[in-house]
Design a protein around this ligand. Structure first.
Ligand SMILES: *[C@@H]1O[C@H](CO)[C@@H](O)[C@H](O)[C@H]1NC(C)=O
Ligand SMILES: *[C@@H]1O[C@H](CO)[C@@H](O)[C@H](O)[C@H]1NC(C)=O
Ligand SMILES: *[C@@H]1O[C@H](CO)[C@@H](O)[C@H](O)[C@H]1NC(C)=O
Ligand SMILES: *[C@@H]1O[C@H](CO)[C@@H](O)[C@H](O)[C@H]1NC(C)=O
Ligand SMILES: *[C@@H]1O[C@H](CO)[C@@H](O)[C@H](O)[C@H]1NC(C)=O
Ligand SMILES: *[C@@H]1O[C@H](CO)[C@@H](O)[C@H](O)[C@H]1NC(C)=O
Ligand SMILES: *[C@@H]1O[C@H](CO)[C@@H](O)[C@H](O)[C@H]1NC(C)=O
Ligand SMILES: *[C@@H]1O[C@H](CO)[C@@H](O)[C@H](O)[C@H]1NC(C)=O
Length: 632
């Protein structure tokens, strides 16, 4: 039955329910009933799914080396609409906070507990996890979801995020059917069940708080009862489920595996330093390096290919200085065996170093290098997910598409770097720290779907004073945030600029010889409880900064100040305490333009007189900037 539009709205649902009959599926395999011998996968030029015979259902502990953590909740099958009665299994992966290792600081040592704050507090105790599946198709598909816990589903209790996707959903017995239209850029979406939502609450009001929980009495931060002083700062499914549909890859993303290719044997990898071929090929299967090793590639390897169904527990470090480096395929690179901030220079122990704490993707750049990453899913990063080093990063660029990061429960888990001239698009980030890093010029970043945990802004442009121009971030879809603190010097928000990394004591010093110009964030949406639009500690002059067409469903509770936009005044001690300039080099001297900014569907503007800190827009900029910015 089709639900009335008004009723759907009342339920806060945008997804369209459909009566579509998809044939009789009564004798199909049910994903959730699968045991590990099941192998009813599709491998045609219309649909491709895959399976891991060593799936391990284990939502709390560490999984065996040769196993892949499998969702303990969800089973998924997929059918192509040209053959709608024929459903095929698609393996549902799972990632859990701390990977079942507990709060250890030495790799593979279950007793090595230490007191370093990994920014996971209640998540493991209350049973948070993140499941995902990935398949390839070249036409519309129907995804069948079976829940092994939670029982039958009512279509009215399901939300697909981003809600703007508006996919058709239907119920068949106890199962949920989602029709996923084909799209050349693929789809990355979250399926959420009303009876599985967790409201993250702060312990109390104020800027600096922490989560409380009423579920596990003998665990940390337990309160027997919530009260009105404990604001809800975010709502997420406890058992997240992400679905990644990709078109079949273009030739440039698939190496010639018959030529100059080293085929990695399944199992433990001790070293790849002696490989002489240029392509490193991981066929379907499971590979691991242990918590105290990672894949330092031989200098010959320029292309890492993770086949669909390859699951590599490790991290990749290129040693090649070739100008064309690639990482492609629909496999998974998982950091699950590492401790938080695993320091490669110190036995992979949890000792933070920006240089040597492990990056899931690392390399040295030569002048003019381009790194292409396509299709891959990075799971459970222990630190920043990617950094390249070298003398001349100004000529190193990234071409990222259809890339996914999941299971980023640890705090210091950034998005990938976007070096000058980068094009990053069609990406999903579950991300703990700085998400979209706009530190370099001539960057285009498009169609990002972001699930933010509790630290740092979604788009970051601070830490260092730089000359940056021509940056476009277009089409961000924020599907969750749960900020439990606000820090004026290290703002949380949609876009923010942190104070200097080099001199964190000095929280108001800028370099007025440097400029940020031609910087645009356009067509962004944020669902549910959202943070502020912008929090700026200006480390340099700002010539032209545009925030255009940005909608927030609802701003975070007032007492947390997460919803307050801030813009501080910085001075330059080297130049006689001169203040940074805003808009000196722009038409009309307007440095910051906010246009078509909506909160809860209502437009925020000077004209509507609703922008102020105590009103709808919650914009609380330093009065010094008056006349230099506008909300229109
Ligand atoms: C699944 O079936 C396909 C086709 O029969 C076969 O090639 C493949 O080896 C099987 N995989 C597993 C893991 O059993
Ligand atoms: C709410 O509960 C907390 C912890 O149990 C308590 O400290 C606080 O006083 C309570 N606040 C109100 C307004 O009841
Ligand atoms: C094989 O690979 C080498 C090195 O990448 C390349 O130069 C050569 O053209 C390839 N040969 C074929 C037949 O594709
Ligand atoms: C690499 O090759 C060298 C020289 O043949 C050999 O001594 C060494 O054991 C090899 N290392 C690995 C990890 O295979
Ligand atoms: C980073 O660490 C590597 C390996 O220990 C070292 O060679 C290099 O000099 C370090 N770089 C910086 C910038 O500290
Ligand atoms: C701005 O950046 C985009 C994206 O990299 C690029 O295509 C364009 O040429 C740049 N514009 C200028 C004027 O450099
Ligand atoms: C505003 O952004 C939304 C996506 O957030 C997009 O759907 C819409 O078309 C944009 N509006 C305009 C006028 O570009
Ligand atoms: C700049 O400001 C600092 C701190 O307020 C002060 O100590 C210093 O004298 C000022 N310098 C000049 C040149 O005004």
């Amino acid at each position: 039955m089709r639900m009335a539009e008004s009723l759907r709205k009342a339920l806060g649902l945008v997804a369209v329910l459909s009566t579509q009959v998809l044939g009789s599926n009564m004798n199909m395999h049910r994903g959730a009933e699968n045991n590990n011998n099941n192998n009813n996968t599709a491998d045609s030029d219309v649909l491709k799914t895959w399976w891991h015979p060593t799936g391990e259902i284990n939502p709390t502990g560490r999984v065996q080396n040769e196993n892949v953590r499998q969702s303990h909740i969800y089973g998924i099958q997929v059918a192509a609409t040209s053959d709608p009665e024929h459903f095929f299994d698609s393996f549902v992966y799972e990632s859990i906070p701390r990977n079942g290792n507990g709060k250890i600081c030495k790799p593979d040592d279950p007793e090595s507990f230490c007191d370093v704050d990994d920014q996971i507090s209640i998540e493991a105790d209350i049973g948070v996890d993140m499941a995902w599946t990935q398949y390839l198709a070249n036409e519309d598909t129907v995804v069948r979801i079976t829940r092994s816990e939670g029982g039958p589903v009512d279509a009215g209790d399901v939300v697909i995020r981003p809600t703007s996707l508006e996919f058709d959903i239907a119920i068949d017995g106890d199962d949920l059917l989602i029709t996923v239209p084909f799209h050349e850029n693929g789809h990355r979406f979250s399926v959420e069940f009303k009876d599985n939502l967790w409201g993250y609450r702060n312990a109390g009001p104020g800027l600096h708080s922490h989560y409380v929980q009423n579920k596990v009495p003998d665990a940390d931060n337990y309160v027997p009862e919530y009260n009105d002083s404990m604001p809800i700062v975010g709502v997420e499914p406890l058992n997240a489920l992400l679905i990644f549909m990709s078109p079949f890859p273009e030739d440039k993303y698939v190496p010639d595996l018959e030529n100059d290719t080293y085929r990695v044997p399944q199992g433990l990898i001790t070293s790849l330093k002696n490989v002489t071929e240029s392509t490193l090929y991981f066929p379907p299967g499971v590979y691991w390096l242990t918590g105290s090793n990672h894949a330092i590639l031989s200098p010959s390897i320029t292309w890492v290919y993770l086949a669909p169904g390859a699951y590599v527990k490790g991290a990749i470090q290129y040693e090649s200085h070739a100008l064309d480096l690639r990482a492609t395929g629909f496999g998974v690179l998982s950091g699950e065996q590492y401790v938080y901030q695993a320091n490669t220079a110190q036995n992979y122990e949890n000792i933070k170093s920006d240089n040597t704490s492990l990056k899931m993707w690392r390399g040295e750049s030569a002048v003019g290098t381009r790194w292409t990453i396509h299709g891959i899913t990075t799971n459970a990063p222990p630190f920043n997910s990617m950094d390249f080093y070298g003398d001349d990063l100004t000529s190193f660029s990234v071409d990222a598409s259809d890339y996914k990061q999941v299971g980023a429960f640890f705090g210091q888990t950034d998005g990938i770097q976007m070096y000058p001239g980068s094009h990053v698009r069609d990406v999903f980030y579950h991300v703990g720290d700085d998400g979209i890093k706009t530190y370099y010029s001539n960057v285009l970043c498009e169609r990002m779907t972001v699930w933010k945990t509790n630290n740092a802004p979604i788009v970051q442009f601070g830490w260092y004073a730089r000359d940056t121009s021509n940056v476009t971030v277009d089409g961000i879809q924020v599907i969750h945030t749960r900020y439990n603190t606000q820090e004026v010097f290290w703002p949380r928000g949609i876009v923010g600029s942190a104070v200097s990394y080099l001199d964190q004591e000095s929280t108001s010093t800028a370099d007025v010889t440097k400029h940020l110009s031609d910087y645009r964030i356009t067509n962004a949406r944020c669902e549910g409880i959202c943070p502020n639009l912008v929090g700026i500690n200006p480390l340099c002059n700002i010539d032209t900064f545009l925030l255009s067409n940005i909608s927030m469903e609802e701003l975070a509770p007032r007492t947390t100040q997460v919803g307050q936009s801030t813009f501080r005044v910085f001075t330059d001690a080297v130049h006689g305490n001169q203040t940074v300039a805003l808009g000196d080099n722009s038409p009309d001297n307007l440095g910051l333009i906010i246009e078509d900014f909506y909160v809860g569907g209502e437009k925020v503007s000077f004209e509507n007189d609703n922008w102020q800190s105590d009103k709808l827009g919650q914009i609380n900029f330093d009065p010094h900037w008056e006349g230099r910015w506008t909300v229109r």
